[in-house]
Design a protein around this ligand. Structure first.
Ligand SMILES: *Cc1c(COP(=O)(O)O)cnc(C)c1O
Length: 348
């Protein structure tokens, strides 16, 4: 027996439906970076599309091309981690909507598209304060003016204006939203007619409707991953879809050895701070070794039992959010660290 990550796709579907309802009339973009936060790209995208999601957020072009290959022409794909020397041609040929956050990428997209005789859709990114891959406010007017020229020349279409916010404090986010509105106004003043504005990710998109605009980009909440420190799933209307499970390998002297460890992605600093569940009962984790973890045991545990390392909480286990809180990190880190070699098993 080996460890496995079990993903409940019906729970994913319920999360997505709840989030779609919450952001309507804005649309939900399901963000699938890092192998859909470790949940498995193809299964997650396929299920999202089957329930009517139109937009998939891919981060890098490689992911977007992979999704285009298995999902066909219908879904709108958005990719935003681009550099001028990247294989932009492949993304343009695959009809990927491109998030453009610098003049250099704008020029590279226009030049590549001209050579291909394809008119790509771009979404221009304003830096609203995060200082991460976006055009700064002082350069924005010049940037949108240049984009308007390129659009007039028929070399690209400015489909959207977008930004990303920290979602760490309401005040900062409010300031970012004001800057975002100013950037959209400036784009319109330059003659652009962006159909789509998008700013929020999971937290602001769910909790602050004024951030929804036309599209909301969500990753974590679709998998039921609630933020460390709250608000939690019951308040958000979501529940965790993944449970990490591993066999009890041996029991002796009040300890049991479970077959998953640090090299499978568990942070060893969690020892002494978390529990795992066996037969519905939480058991303190004493040590986390490279290949195993060791828990307290008694006559109720037998080799061959399956321990739930983290899950939705219904089987006596912690959630990944509670693990994250125990060691001072974010739950996404636990999910993206789950070793790619651990098989993903899907429940429909
Ligand atoms: C990761 C990411 C998201 C999704 O964030 P969640 O908090 O997981 O919903 C949205 N937008 C951008 C630009 C991102 O990088």
């Amino acid at each position: 027996m080996t460890p496995r990550l079990v993903i409940d796709l019906a729970a994913f579907e319920r999360n997505v439906a709840a989030l779609q309802a919450r952001v309507a009339p804005a649309k939900l973009m399901v963000v699938v970076k890092n192998d859909a936060y470790g949940h498995g790209l193809e299964s997650i995208v396929t299920r999202a599309l089957a329930q009517g999601v139109e937009w998939i957020g891919c981060l890098d072009l490689g992911t977007a091309l992979a999704v285009r290959a298995f999902a066909g022409e219908a879904p709108r794909l958005f990719s935003w981690l681009l550099s001028p020397d990247e294989n932009l041609a492949a993304g343009i040929r695959a009809r990927v909507d491109l998030g453009v956050g610098s003049p250099a990428v704008l020029e590279a997209v226009a030049a590549t598209a001209a050579a291909l005789e394809i008119v790509p859709r771009v979404h221009l990114k304003i830096d609203t304060g995060l200082n991460r891959n976006g055009v700064r406010r002082e350069s924005w007017a010049e940037f949108v003016a240049r984009a308007a020229v390129l659009e007039d020349e028929g070399r690209l279409v400015v489909e959207g204006i977008w930004s990303h916010i920290a979602e760490a404090s309401d005040e900062e986010d409010d300031l970012a939203r004001t800057r975002f509105d100013e950037a959209v106004d400036a784009a319109r003043a330059a003659g652009l007619r962006p159909a789509l504005r998008h700013l929020a990710a999971s937290a602001a998109g769910t909790l602050r409707p004024e951030f929804d605009y036309d599209l909301v980009r969500m990753g974590a909440f679709t998998h039921g991953i609630a933020p460390a420190g709250g608000p939690y799933g019951d308040e958000l209307g979501i529940s965790p879809t993944a449970s990490l499970r591993a066999p009890v390998l041996a029991v002796s002297d009040g300890e049991a050895v479970v077959g998953v460890g640090a090299w499978h992605g568990l942070p060893s600093t969690a020892a002494g701070r978390v529990t795992v569940a066996v037969r519905g009962v939480a058991r303190p984790v004493i040590r986390i070794e490279p290949e195993h973890l060791v828990i307290t045991s008694d006559a109720a545990i037998e080799a061959g039992d399956e321990a739930v390392i983290f899950g939705d909480g219904s089987e006596g286990s912690l959630t990944s959010t509670q693990w994250a809180e125990a060691i001072g990190t974010i739950p996404e880190e636990l999910h993206t660290r789950v070793d790619a070699r651990i098989p993903r098993t899907y429940l429909n």
